[in-house]
Design a protein around this ligand. Structure first.
Ligand code: ADP
Ligand code: ZN
Length: 186
């Protein structure tokens, strides 16, 4: 059997989780054993599931870092799906390659850029080694064009380049925007 790596990337709200869920469901229809992982830092809606913004969900195993995954993959598993892959350390690439070389199909979904528009963590290298990449877009909430970027807002205003990742006491939110409407305050 041959394994391979496929990646779904795009900004927030582009439907990455929906697409990962769709692929996982279809693999299950083909009677393949599937295991879904996600980093435990992301507990957006649920600690145990991958949940899309429109409410679809599938069971997932939260893991604290990439080194845990290999030991959790069962011998009869044919497909491994990893959501929010941008939050993993660089060693996730070795794990993904090892799984593909063992003959598994590996489905990865994640943000290609952070809110500053910079490539996110392990994603650039992952895109280079993958067999298949799908870059999907959302709808820009400002102008309606395809959105490729994620706008970070602090108390309703565009975040600054220097704003810390965690802001205590501030109202933080994210929007899908196109290149033209995406604002980075230096
Ligand atoms: P991602 O995993 O990429 O963040 P999800 O799969 O969780 O995306 O959510 C995709 C869903 O988000 C869409 O099907 C739609 O219902 C909803 N949505 C909310 N805002 C937007 C937007 N600006 N553009 C497109 N979809 C949006
Ligand atoms: Zn726009």
């Amino acid at each position: 059997t041959y394994g391979w790596i496929e990646v779904v990337i795009g900004p927030m709200y582009s439907g990455k989780s929906e697409e990962l869920i769709r692929r996982v469901r279809r693999a299950k229809i083909a009677k393949m054993k599937v295991q879904v992982f996600k980093p435990s830092v992301d507990d957006r809606y649920s600690k145990e599931d991958v949940v899309s913004h429109c409410g679809e969900k599938i069971e997932a195993m939260p893991v604290k870092d990439s080194s845990v995954i290999m030991g959790k993959v069962d011998n009869d598993t044919k497909v491994v799906a990893i959501d929010e892959v941008q939050f993993f350390d660089i060693n996730i690439l070795d794990v993904i390659e090892e799984l593909a070389e063992k003959g598994l199909r590996v489905i990865c979904a994640g943000l290609d850029m952070d809110f500053k528009g910079e490539p996110f963590g392990p994603i650039p290298r992952l895109l280079a080694i993958a067999e298949k990449v799908d870059k999907i877009s959302a709808i820009c909430v400002v102008c309606g064009n395809p959105a490729t970027r994620t706008q970070r807002l602090i108390n309703g205003k565009p975040a600054r380049y220097s704003d810390p990742v965690v802001l205590v006491g501030a109202q933080e939110s994210y929007e899908a925007r196109c290149r033209n409407c995406h604002i980075i305050v230096k």
